[in-house]
Design a binder for this molecule. Structure first.
Ligand code: GTP
Length: 328
C-alpha cells in the first residue's frame, strides 16, 4: 500500500537531511575566529529556507504524480516549511528524525477531518430506530461489496441490519446485492427493476421500524454527474429517506479523479463520510491523502481486499504509520 507516497516523502526527508548535514560540516570546518557565537553554533545547526526550498519543489511535483490533490500539495508544502525553516537541530543528533517528524505532523494535519464520526456510538445513541445510511458513488467503485462488508461489521458489533436494494437500474444489481447479503446473513428489501429506488428505501425503513432493526443500508445505482436523471434520482432518495449518513464510496485506484467525483456528489447531496475501496492495490495513496481535506468529510473506513472482513475503520495515525513504515 502507498509505496509511491512512502518513497516520495522519505526521499524528501533524505534530501533535506543531506542539505542540513552540509551546513553542519561547514560549521565544523570554519575557523574559530570567523564564528560569532561559536559555542551555540557548535551546538546546533539551523534549518534554512534554502535547505528545504529545493527539496520542496521536487516533492511538490512528486506528490502531484502520486495523485495528491493540488490544494493538499500546497497545504503540505506550506506546513512542512513552517515546521522546518528556522528549526535548530543539535549537532550530532538524528536529523532525519526531526525532519520526518515535521513531515508526519504535516500529513497528519491534512488527514485530520474537521469533524469525526464514531459510527457505532451514533447508531447506538439514536433514540428512534433505524439509523439510515445511503451509499452513493460511481459505477464499479465497490459500493455493493462495501455494503456487505459493513453489514458484516455491524452484525459483529451486535447490531441488526437490513439492506435496501435501491439500485433498480443496473441489470443484475438486485441479484448481486442479494447474493452478498445471503452470505453475510442479512435480509434485503427489494422491488423489481425500474421501480422507484426511493420507494424501495422507504419500504426498507418501514420494515426496520416494524421489527426494531438498528440499521438500514441503502444500496444505490452507480452514477456520475453526466447522468442528470440519476443524479436527480439520488437527491430524491436522500429527500425521502432523510438519512442519518450519506456515504460516498470511492475507488482509490481512480486517483485524482476521485476528488472531483466526491466534490460533485457533495454538491448534489451533502456527503457526511467516505469509504475508500481497493486500498490494498493502491500504490500511490494520493486519493486517501486528499479526499477528506477536499470535501471536509472524514474517511470512515477503507476497503483492503475482497473478503467481508477486509474493511478497516480508518484512523489517520494508522495511515501515517503505514507511510512511514512503522506498520504493514
Ligand atoms: N481488491 C479490492 N477489491 C475490491 C474492494 N472493494 C470492492 N472490490 C471489488 O471491486 C469490484 C466492484 O465492486 P462492486 O461492489 O460490484 O461495485 P459497485 O460500486 O456496487 O458497482 P455498481 O453497482 O456498478 O455501482 C468487485 O470485483 C469487488 O470485489 C477492495 O477493498 N479491494
Amino acid at each position: 500500500m502507498f509505496g509511491k507516497l512512502r518513497e516520495k516523502l522519505k526521499g524528501f526527508v533524505r534530501r533535506v537531511e543531506e542539505n542540513v548535514e552540509e551546513e553542519e560540516k561547514k560549521i565544523e570546518k570554519a575557523e574559530p575566529e570567523k564564528k560569532p557565537g561559536l559555542f551555540e553554533r557548535l551546538l546546533q545547526v539551523e534549518i534554512k529556507e534554502k535547505d528545504v526550498e529545493r527539496a520542496l519543489e521536487d516533492l511538490e511535483i512528486e506528490l502531484l504524480e502520486a495523485d495528491v490533490a493540488l490544494e493538499v500539495v500546497d497545504e503540505l508544502r506550506e506546513s512542512i516549511k513552517r515546521k522546518l525553516v528556522g528549526k535548530k537541530v543539535k549537532i550530532g543528533t538524528d536529523k532525519a528524525k526531526v525532519i520526518e517528524d515535521a513531515v508526519k505532523e504535516a500529513v497528519l494535519e491534512v488527514l485530520t477531518p474537521p469533524r469525526k464520526i464514531n459510527l457505532l456510538e451514533e447508531i447506538r445513541a439514536k433514540k428512534e430506530k433505524p439509523y439510515v445510511i445511503v451509499f452513493v458513488g460511481f459505477n464499479g467503485s465497490g459500493k455493493t461489496t462495501t455494503i456487505a462488508k459493513l453489514a458484516h461489521w455491524l452484525k459483529k458489533n451486535g447490531l441488526s441490519v437490513v439492506i435496501a436494494a435501491s439500485d433498480t437500474f443496473r441489470a443484475g444489481a438486485i441479484e448481486q446485492v442479494e447474493e452478498h447479503a445471503k452470505r453475510v446473513g442479512v435480509k434485503v428489501i427489494k422491488h423489481s427493476y425500474g421501480a422507484d429506488p426511493a420507494a424501495v428505501a422507504y419500504d426498507a425503513i418501514q420494515h426496520a421500524k416494524a421489527r426494531g432493526i438498528d440499521v438500514v443500508l441503502v444500496d444505490t445505482a452507480g452514477r456520475n454527474e453526466l447522468n442528470r436523471n440519476l443524479m436527480d434520482e439520488m437527491k430524491k432518495i436522500v429527500r425521502v429517506t432523510k438519512p442519518d449518513l450519506v456515504i460516498f464510496v470511492g475507488d482509490s485506484l481512480a486517483g485524482n479523479s476521485i476528488i472531483d467525483q466526491a466534490r460533485q456528489f457533495n454538491e448534489a447531496v451533502k456527503i457526511d463520510g467516505v469509504i475508500l475501496t481497493k486500498l490494498d492495490a493502491d500504490s500511490r495513496g494520493g486519493a486517501a491523502l486528499s479526499i477528506s481535506h477536499a470535501i471536509g468529510a472524514p474517511i470512515l473506513f477503507v476497503g483492503v481486499g475482497q473478503g467481508y472482513e477486509d474493511l478497516r475503520p480508518f484512523d489517520e495515525k494508522w495511515f501515517v504509520n503505514l507511510i512511514f513504515g512503522e506498520e504493514n
